[in-house]
Design a protein around this ligand. Structure first.
Ligand SMILES: [Zn+2]
Length: 502
């Protein structure tokens, strides 16, 4: 079939060696976006044959992060009503079958050399290079390919362990075009006969990836730039097995603002941590799209649908992308501000319930139904003031838990040349006169009078009130806050605070 009319099939192939890193999440997202754009298939494959680095429990973390981001995959072994990912560890027979085929066709051979002896030779060679050497790096000399059929059979018979090496063709030129990095040409004579199946029977990365991509009919390989140097070896395997070679797109590296490799000191780097910190999936995806891709020079916010429409592999930049935590935070705040109140209410409700549960506190002021109603009233007050859902805790929790005044609050008016006690007594009386519904307009009016009578500006009066009722100089808009707290609780807190500073 004409390549242009072929169904687009892409894949994301993480190794379960840790959480889902920001960079891997971007790779997954670009694959997913491209599949959506082309009405193709997005395949998930767990590359779990590196037994030294394998951590089984991280598979669930990776799958959960992908699901949370909404990056659903299209196929795989059926499991629990959905698809499980493909797992390389369950495909060992397949890799063996194709390796046997390569041996039969003299495109691969068994190598009985012990890894230790080869390592020693390699090191010995390196030592010599420091002094006068021949200037060439150690290259395996293909000695096992030259073994007679008889000694091969004798070795197998005696149970001598062997790896399988790929026979790199002499003087073959490898040409390929990468969407981002352009045309790349490499002479195969620089590549040594590399191992495709280790002595323990497990395939090496470059080999299993080719067998899987080919059998899974992957049309576009979209992956991190760190795999660019693996591509020539993989192309040799495609050719040897007579497989179609997919299109390659290598995504630029992601660096920290300082140009160094991205690490924890540049901000959280796992999706799991971002979920915990109250980021929105829309914001994360939007920001990931900007790491190496741009639509134009000014647009920074895109809905998922807009991304599906505008995303092109051709417009990926090869310059390393710089991860900017503050910008991600800004994007998250943007999505919170622009969210429907009803949607945000649900998210804030989940946050506060989790928080109350973690402190083993149910809402002491009201029943759960009441919590929901209160959150609905609080949401518009905090919406513009938070950049993450987690930040909402400071602004929302004082509505629901008893105030335990901090030392900072207790000493707030010391050395401040303010007669806080006198002001608070006036505030108490003025608020006590407001009717039980405690409307913001009336409490504001009465506190204005207090300010006037005491010859203070309203800001000072509000500051004193805030410390007393909120245990902090920062709160949502004061009068609306008091209205939601209600008259009884507001007055009780003022009384408590008066006691403390008396
Ligand atoms: Zn050998």
């Amino acid at each position: 079939m004409d390549k242009k009319n072929k169904e687009v099939r892409v894949r994301f192939a993480p190794s379960p060696t840790g959480y889902l890193h920001i960079g891997s999440a971007r790779t997954a997202f670009f694959n997913w976006l491209y599949a959506k754009k082309k009405a193709g298939q997005f395949i998930l494959r767990i590359e779990d044959t590196d037994i030294a680095r394998h951590q089984e429990e991280t598979i669930d973390i990776i799958l959960n992060s992908l699901k949370w981001l909404g990056l659903d995959w299209n196929e795989g072994p059926e499991s629990g009503g959905g698809y499980g990912p493909y797992r390389q560890s369950l495909r060992l027979e397949i890799y063996k079958k194709y390796a046997d085929k390569l041996i039969e066709e003299k495109k691969a051979y068994r190598c009985f050399c012990s890894p230790e002896s080869l390592k020693a030779e390699r090191e010995n060679k390196k030592d010599r290079e420091v002094g006068p050497g021949d200037g060439k790096a150690f290259k395996y000399d293909r000695r096992c390919f030259k073994l007679s059929q008889k000694s091969i059979e004798a070795n197998i018979e005696s149970g001598k362990p062997f790896a399988i090496r790929f026979m790199v063709p002499e003087n073959e030129v490898i040409n390929f075009r990468d969407t981002v990095y352009g045309n790349i040409t490499i002479n195969a004579s620089n590549i040594e006969d590399f191992i495709i199946i280790r002595t323990n029977g497990l395939p090496t990365y470059n080999y299993s990836v080719v067998v899987d991509d080919a059998l899974m009919k992957i049309t576009h390989v979209i992956r991190g730039e760190d795999h660019l140097s693996n591509t020539p070896k993989q192309i040799l395997i495609y050719r040897a097995l007579g497989f179609d070679i997919p299109d390659f797109t290598h995504l630029p590296m992601i660096l920290g603002q300082d140009g160094q490799k991205l690490s924890k000191r540049h901000g959280s780097i796992s999706i799991e941590k971002y979920i915990e910190d109250g980021f929105l999936k829309e914001a994360i995806l939007n920001y990931l799209a900007l790491l190496g891709w741009a639509y134009d020079e000014k647009t920074t916010t895109f809905s998922i649908d807009e991304l599906i429409e505008k995303f092109e592999l051709d417009s990926i930049n090869k310059k390393p992308a710089k991860f900017d935590y503050d910008k991600l935070l800004w994007v998250n705040g943007y999505y919170i501000r622009n969210m429907e109140n009803s949607v945000l209410e649900k998210l804030l409700e989940t946050q506060i319930k989790k928080y109350l549960a973690s402190r083993e506190m149910s809402d002491p002021e009201s029943s759960p139904g009441n919590l929901q109603q209160k959150i609905a009233r609080i949401t518009p007050l905090v919406k513009e003031r938070i950049k993450t859902l987690k930040e909402s805790i400071n602004l929302v929790s004082p509505f629901f838990i008893e105030t335990v005044y901090s030392d900072q609050s207790k000493n707030y008016f010391k050395n401040k040349n303010i007669d806080a006690l006198k002001i608070l007594n006036s505030i108490y009386s003025a608020l006590d006169e407001v009717d039980d519904r405690f409307p913001a307009k009336e409490t504001e009016g009465n506190l204005r009078l207090v300010a006037k009578n005491l010859n203070l500006n309203l800001r000072k009066v509000a500051e004193v009130t805030r410390i007393a009722i909120w245990n902090s100089p920062v709160s949502p808009p004061l009068f609306e806050t008091m209205e939601i707290l209600g008259k009884e609780l507001t007055l009780r807190r003022i009384k408590d605070y008066i006691k403390i500073i008396s």
